[in-house]
Ligand binder design. Structure first.
Ligand SMILES: Cc1cc2nc3c(=O)[nH]c(=O)nc-3n(C[C@H](O)[C@H](O)[C@H](O)COP(=O)(O)O)c2cc1C
Length: 153
């Protein structure tokens, strides 16, 4: 199964999980970037506002076409109990090119249920598997990652 991991990460937490998954699955990976629109304190506030209002914002051009893959795994940090704005933007733009989807999110403590629901809702795809990792989980993610990978396979 040809698999692509697509993720956004503001402070590298989601990135670390995405990279671990990529190593296990030996698949392609694409980071959503936007020139650091949400960096710093002002970026944090802007992110919270945009995510809670379901706004999109510009992202850099992608390098991998999701329609070339059997499965796209989307990774996002939780922003105000929602997916991060760059991930929302990606899904709005490319959801019609995704055949099958799985998703995961990272958070400090909460808002992951709604975020995972939104990922299904916005993509319009039944998720093959979903996973969340809170701040404690990310210190020791192997077990959750293994379960997620087994569900995908
Ligand atoms: C704008 C914004 C809103 C956030 N909202 C939540 C939240 O609702 N619940 C939560 O547990 N963490 C929240 N967080 C924390 C992040 O989800 C968490 O630190 C995440 O693991 C960061 O991932 P990253 O380093 O890949 O960006 C928020 C962070 C930002 C920047």
């Amino acid at each position: 199964m040809k698999t692509l991991i697509v993720y956004y990460s503001r402070t590298n937490v989601t990135k670390k999980i995405a990279e671990k998954l990529q190593k296990e699955l030996d698949c392609d990976i694409e980071e959503i970037t936007d020139g650091g629109k949400y960096d710093g304190k002002i970026g944090y506030m802007k992110g919270g506002m945009n995510a809670s209002m379901n706004r999109t914002s510009d992202i850099d051009p992608i390098t991998k076409n999701p329609s070339d893959y059997d499965l796209v795994i989307i990774g996002t940090p939780v922003w105000a109990s929602n997916m991060a704005t760059p991930v929302f933007t990606y899904l709005i733009k490319y959801r019609d090119q995704i055949k099958n989807m799985a998703s995961f999110c990272t958070c400090i403590s909460g808002g992951y249920e709604k975020t995972l629901e939104r990922l299904s809702e916005v993509s319009g795809k039944t998720q093959i598997s979903q996973m969340f990792l809170n701040a404690k989980d990310v210190e020791n993610p192997e077990e959750k990652i293994n379960t997620f990978i087994n569900e995908i396979k």
